[in-house]
Design a protein around this ligand. Structure first.
Ligand SMILES: C[S@@+](CC[C@H](N)C(=O)[O-])C[C@H]1O[C@@H](n2cnc3c(N)ncnc32)[C@H](O)[C@@H]1O
Length: 420
C-alpha cells in the first residue's frame, strides 16, 4: 500500500525503530524481542521487515548518509535516518510518504523534535542524489571478529562475495517427504524445492504435512547418513526438528533430544503436522545416557553465522567471546556423543557456522582426541552438489555465495565420522 500522508505507516516505522534499538542498544536478536504492542499483524510484519532491511544494508546506508551529516546524530536519530534511507534506496517506497512520516515521528518525540528539520533536509537530499552513491558503495561488511578468521580461511575475494550474498533476497526452501513434488517450485539438484518467498501456511501440502521449510544446505547433513531405514538414530540438538523429520521420513527409529522444553514443543508440533514419529527427550546432550545408537546426528549449537542472510541482526548481537564458549560446548558434545555411539556407528557433526573453529577445526581436533574415530570423506557431487564444496579434511563446506545464480544457500559445515 503506498504511503500518502504523514500518519500512514507511523506505527510500523516506530516499531521498526524499537526493533533497531533492541538489537543495537540491548543486543537482543529480533527473534528474542517482545512483539510490538497494539500493532496489526500486517504492521508488525512490516516493522520487522523494515528493521531487517536497515541492518542488512547498514554499512552502505551509513556511507550514503555520511556526506550529509555535519555532526554525528544520536543513535536514535541516526536510526531514523537509516530507516528513511532503507525505504528510499532499497525498498523504493514513495518518497513523500516516507519523509513526511519520519519527520512526523521526530517532531512528536520529546528528544528528537529538534532534529526534525535536519531529518527532513537529509532525507530529501538523499532522495534526490543518493542513488548514485548507493550503487557505488560496497555491501555491508561483516564485523572484524568474523571477517578476520574468514579472510584466513576463504580469502578476501570470497569474503566480499559472502558479504554481497548477505544483501540478496533469500528464497524459501522446502524439504519434501519422499515422493512428494511441489508444483511451481524449482527442484534443486540436492533434492530440495525452491520458491521465491511465499506465505508458507497457504502453500498446498502444508496442512497435509507433505513437506517442511528447511534451507537447502541444512537439508544435507541428514542425507549423509544414507539409508537409515530401521536404524536407531539419535538426533542430538534436534529442535525445531528439521533433521528429525528427514530421518523419520527416511524410516529411522529416531530419538530427538534437545535441552529446551519450549523448542521441543515445536518438534512435537512439526511431527504432528507431518504425521511422523520420533521419541522425544528433553535433556542435556552433555549428560544424556542411553543404549548406544547406530548413528548420531549432532547439529551443535553454534554462532549461526551461516544464517546472516536471514538474520542480519546477528552480527550486531553476537561476540567472539560467545563463539569461544560455543566451540568448547561443541567439543564436549562430540566427546559425549562418542559414548552414545555403537562401535562401527556413524556420527554426523554439523553447524550452521561460517567459522572454521566451529567446523573444520572442530572435526580435526576430534580426530586427534579419539583414536577410534575416522572421517568418511564426502563426495559433494554424489549429493547433487559441486565438487569444490569438499573441504580438505573430508567434510563439506557450504557458503552463502555458493549457487549465487540460483539464490544462494545458508553457510554450513558438515562431516561424516565413524567410530572404530
Ligand atoms: C542448530 S539448533 C538445532 C537445529 C535442529 N537440528 C534442526 O535441524 O531443526 C541447536 C539446538 O541445540 C540445542 N541445545 C543447546 N545446548 C544444548 C544442550 N546442552 N543439550 C541439548 N540441546 C542443546 C538448542 O536448544 C537448539 O535447539
Amino acid at each position: 500500500m503506498p504511503d500518502t500522508g504523514p500518519d500512514t505507516g507511523l506505527a510500523a516505522r516506530r516499531a521498526a525503530l524499537d526493533h533497531l534499538r533492541g538489537v543495537m542498544m540491548d543486543h537482543r536478536m529480533m527473534s528474542h524481542q517482545p512483539a510490538p504492542q497494539g500493532l496489526s499483524p500486517h504492521d508488525a510484519a512490516r516493522a520487522q521487515r523494515l528493521a531487517l532491511t536497515v541492518m542488512r544494508h547498514m554499512g552502505r546506508i551509513d556511507a550514503v548518509l555520511r556526506p550529509y551529516l555535519t555532526r554525528r546524530p544520536t543513535l536514535a536519530v541516526q536510526n531514523l535516518l537509516r530507516l528513511g534511507a532503507a525505504e528510499l534506496l532499497v525498498d523504493g517506497s514513495e518518497p513523500h510518504g516516507v519523509v513526511a512520516s519520519l519527520v512526523e515521528i521526530a517532531k512528536r518525540h520529546p528528544r528528537w523534535s529538534r532534529a526534525s528539520g535536519m531529518v527532513n533536509a537529509v532525507l530529501r537530499k538523499l532522495d534526490a542524489e543518493g542513488r548514485e552513491t548507493w550503487a557505488k558503495t560496497p555491501p555491508q561488511a561483516l564485523p572484524i571478529w568474523l571477517r578476520k578468521p574468514m579472510h584466513k580461511a576463504y580469502g578476501v575475494d570470497a569474503v566480499a562475495a559472502i558479504e554481497a550474498a548477505h544483501e540478496r533476497p533469500v528464497p524459501l526452501d522446502i524439504t519434501p517427504k519422499p515422493g512428494v513434488t511441489i508444483d511451481g517450485a524449482e527442484l534443486l539438484p540436492t533434492g530440495s524445492f525452491r520458491l521465491a518467498q511465499a506465505q508458507v501456511t497457504a502453500l498446498p501440502g502444508y496442512d497435509t504435512g507433505d513437506w517442511w521449510v528447511q534451507d537447502a544446505a541444512a537439508a544435507l547433513p541428514a542425507k549423509l547418513l544414507g539409508d537409515v531405514a530401521g536404524q536407531r538414530v539419535l538426533d542430538l540438538c534436534a529442535a525445531p526438528g528439521g533433521k528429525t523429520m528427514q530421518l523419520a521420513a527416511a524410516g529411522a527409529d529416531v530419538t530427538a533430544l534437545d535441552l529446551s522444553a519450549s523448542r521441543m514443543k515445536r518438534v512435537e508440533e512439526n511431527l504432528s503436522r507431518t504425521q511422523l514419529k520420533a521419541t522425544l527427550v528433553t535433556a542435556d546432550a552433555l549428560t544424556y545416557q542411553a543404549d548406544p545408537f547406530d548413528a548420531i546426528l549432532l547439529d551443535a549449537p553454534c554462532s549461526a553465522t551461516g544464517t546472516i542472510r536471514r538474520h542480519p541482526d546477528l552480527p550486531f548481537v553476537k561476540t567472539s567471546q560467545e563463539v569461544e564458549s560455543l566451540t568448547r560446548l561443541q567439543m564436549q558434545m562430540i566427546d559425549h556423543a562418542m559414548t552414545l555411539l555403537k562401535p562401527g556407528g556413524r556420527l554426523v557433526y554439523c553447524t550452521c557456522s561460517l567459522l572454521p573453529n566451529e567446523g573444520e577445526h572442530q572435526v580435526k581436533a576430534a580426530l586427534k582426541r579419539h583414536a577410534d574415530l575416522t572421517i568418511l570423506p564426502i563426495d559433494p557431487v554424489s549429493l547433487g552438489g559441486d565438487a569444490h564444496w569438499a573441504s580438505a579434511e573430508g567434510g563439506l563446506r557450504l557458503r552463502p555465495d555458493f549457487w549465487a545464480d540460483r539464490g544462494g544457500m545458508d553457510g554450513f559445515y558438515m562431516a561424516l565420522l565413524k567410530r572404530g
